[in-house]
Design a protein around this ligand. Structure first.
Ligand SMILES: Cc1ncc(COP(=O)(O)O)c(C=O)c1O
Length: 383
């Protein structure tokens, strides 16, 4: 479909083309110097000691769960208001997931009280998700993690360049995981990064990213090593130089892109005030990355009619998220989960277009279409 306003769009230009050509001309494609540079600059930008690039955030989350020591018989607490990868990463280790509720419609992030209530003697880790790049309440959450000796993982897939009280998201816990999937604020097609200040976690993750091998292909190519040992059961979760080069070009644009997302989000909030829509995170703390633009339809509104009305105007929308505990796979494993705030907010949620190159005119166009849809088809079918 040829959207008049797509949900997301790449902020790509000659910089990315040059970056890829540079790698092709270097004749070295697998993880090497460009990846090291990307990791170094990402770590610097996020004020963290170690950044380890992988092929996607799901792998970063999995490695964080392995570093947490999760395994059969353990539990990790996760929100259900997230992409399924957050919960899957826990399950890959054989540990069980315990879902905790969000705060409410104004703040779609994990509730510290809900988190505390979900702790059992089996709990070993917490995974928080900075929904849309808006900071979770990291001070009480970190306090809970400390008190109960739980490994704290931040799913910062939406949150590169975001901070709370001057501290970057992804660096509040023991490990932070970022996604560079094509619709993200920093896009490489597929890609991810694990950050940590803990030397032992970094060492373990670096090894497990590449089969537990003690040297890389590049080390052998350049004569720094001639063989290797395998010191653990690892994976092939390596990124490649082409995507790291894209990552470097995108990192240079990140702050400007996040600032444009912020301007467009505020324009949305101003334009949609008084429409009866719920506007989550209006009173946000910190400096978010404004990854997506969630709205909550009035209770009882017909969401499908609303989405269809926008589609008829050429405007693409999405839903973030169908709660993980409601998916067949998870419902069959955990049939008794009930999360009232998550279920109510998720049923009302629609995501509007947001991307750095959008322009104020397109924000206004979407705002007008939203108002028309609310007055027309959405309301007519309202219960
Ligand atoms: C909150 C969240 N966590 C994890 C992921 C997984 O990221 P990736 O696609 O890089 O594996 C995503 C991707 O959409 C996400 O939105």
């Amino acid at each position: 479909m040829n959207w008049q306003v797509p949900l997301a769009d790449l902020d790509y230009g000659p910089e990315e083309e040059e970056a890829v050509l540079g790698v092709l001309r270097s004749r070295w494609l697998t993880m090497g110097a460009v990846t090291k540079d990307f990791e170094g600059r990402f770590a610097e930008r996020h004020g963290v000691k170690h950044a380890i690039a992988v092929s996607n955030a799901t792998q970063a989350l999995h490695l964080a769960c392995v570093a947490a020591g999760l395994g059969p018989g353990d539990e990790a607490i996760v929100p259900s208001m997230t992409f399924v990868a957050t919960a899957n990463a826990v399950r890959y280790t054989g540990a069980e997931v315990r879902f905790a509720d969000i705060i409410g419609p104004e703040e779609l992030n994990l509730s510290p009280a809900g988190l505390k209530a979900a702790i059992t003697p089996q709990t070993k880790a917490i995974l928080v998700v900075h929904y849309a790049g808006y900071p979770c309440r990291m001070e009480p959450i970190r306090e809970i993690a400390r008190r109960y000796n739980l490994f704290l993982i931040e799913d910062a897939a939406h949150a590169p360049g975001a901070s709370l009280n001057g501290k970057m998201l992804g660096t509040w816990g023991d490990a932070g995981c970022f996604s560079f999937f094509s619709n993200k604020n920093l896009s490489t097609g597929e890609g991810g990064m694990l950050v940590t200040d803990l030397d032992d976690v970094a060492e373990k993750v670096r090894l497990l990213r590449s089969h537990g091998m003690t040297s890389l292909t590049l080390d052998r190519h350049e004569g720094r090593a001639y063989s290797y040992d395998v010191v653990g059961l690892g994976y092939n979760y390596r990124i490649d130089e082409i995507r790291s080069a894209l990552g470097l070009a995108q990192l240079a644009k990140l702050d400007a892109g996040n600032a444009r997302r912020r301007d467009f989000t505020h324009r949305y909030w101003d334009g949609l005030a008084g429409t009866g829509l719920g506007l989550p995170f209006l009173d946000t703390a910190g400096e978010p990355s404004y990854h997506i633009m969630p709205i909550l339809l009035p209770e009882g509104a017909d969401r499908k009619a609303f989405i269809d009305a926008l589609r008829a105007d050429g405007i693409q929308t999405s839903i973030h998220y169908p709660p993980v505990h409601t998916f067949t796979h998870y419902r069959e494993r955990y049939p008794d989960v009930s999360l009232s705030e998550t279920e109510t907010a998720a049923a009302r949620e629609v995501t509007l277009p947001l991307y750095p190159g959008m322009g104020a005119e397109k924000v206004d166009l979407v705002v007008e279409a939203v108002k028309r849809a609310l007055d027309g088809p959405t309301r007519r079918i309202q219960i």
